[in-house]
Ligand binder design. Structure first.
Ligand SMILES: [Zn+2]
Length: 284
């Protein structure tokens, strides 16, 4: 699906009222908006983030309780930043393109990532059918052995449903307990799970799955036993994360879940999805 083109965005951002109008229409198509003073539901659109109640005539900022309210910048800047985030611009470049300070740009990006995380947490979908499972190591300079040598690296466990979605989680280690626990949470029993030969996956057959492992020593694909799907996701994520040189470990989850979201929505309109998430009420 096509996203909002820059040309259309320029029209929306043409003046304060048109920006408020755009966001107000998106908001009321999603949630009911009530006047905080008298509970009425009809408004005049004003500029400067404001709408005016048609009954009590008091103004309020209808996006204050949403993710937009988490950073004090104009809605025009917000829309610009959402567009820049959608197309993969770094926060550094976004700060100069949107004409705001780097800390504010960085914060706006984190707010978008948190809104994505909240959205993903609501999806309880279980993966099924033919599943590929694998782990990947992010960050840190040294290449180490699997498991033991993974110090200073963040370990990500990924599960991909063939022809469907990917799901990632940050894990403390790659033990059999950890890997089977993560699989059981997210994959329907009775599914076929393809992995490589790491012994941490051996217990999957005792957890109600048909487990088949790929031997990487043999480069040819033997029938359906391969994990190219999840490996494709790792390349997708690494290629995009590399430009964020040195993501602090406590923020890593936000970045890797963003990658999951981008991958699963690669055929969708990310701008519209982000606007929709950002319009959600913030419950901290
Ligand atoms: Zn009112």
């Amino acid at each position: 699906m096509d996203s909002v083109r820059i040309e259309e965005l320029v029209k929306i951002l043409g003046n304060e009222r048109s920006t408020v109008k755009y966001l107000f229409e998106k908001k009321i198509s999603r949630d009911a908006v009530h006047c905080p003073f008298c509970n009425y539901t009809k408004f005049y659109l004003m500029g400067r983030k404001r709408i005016r109640c048609r009954r009590c005539r008091k103004d309020h900022d209808f996006l204050k309780p949403t993710w937009f309210g988490r950073l004090r910048i104009s809605y025009a800047k917000w829309l610009l930043l959402i567009k820049l985030f959608e197309v993969g611009t770094s926060a550094r470049t976004a700060s100069s393109q949107a004409g705001i300070g780097y800390p504010a740009a960085l914060k706006s990006y984190d707010i978008m990532r948190i809104s994505i995380l909240h959205q993903l947490a609501r999806q309880k979908r279980i993966l099924r059918g033919q599943i590929e499972a694998d782990e990947a190591y992010f960050g840190g300079r040294r290449k180490g052995n699997r498991g033991r040598g993974a110090r200073n690296k963040t370990i990500v466990f990924g599960i991909l449903e063939r022809g469907g979605r990917v799901y990632v989680s940050v894990v403390p280690n790659v033990s059999a307990d950890t890997l089977s626990d993560q699989t059981v949470r997210k994959v329907r029993r009775g599914s076929i799970v393809y992995t490589d030969r790491w012994h941490g996956y051996d217990s999957l057959m005792f957890c109600g799955y048909k487990h088949l492992s790929v031997d990487h020593k043999y480069k040819f694909k033997s029938g359906k036993v391969y994990i190219n799907g999840i490996e494709g996701f790792w390349s997708f994520a690494k290629e995009r994360l590399i430009k964020h040189h040195g993501i602090s470990p406590h923020k890593f989850l936000l970045y890797i879940k963003e990658m999951e979201w981008r991958y699963n929505n690669r055929k969708n309109n990310l701008f519209d999805l982000l606007i929709d998430y950002m319009l959600g009420a913030v419950k901290l």
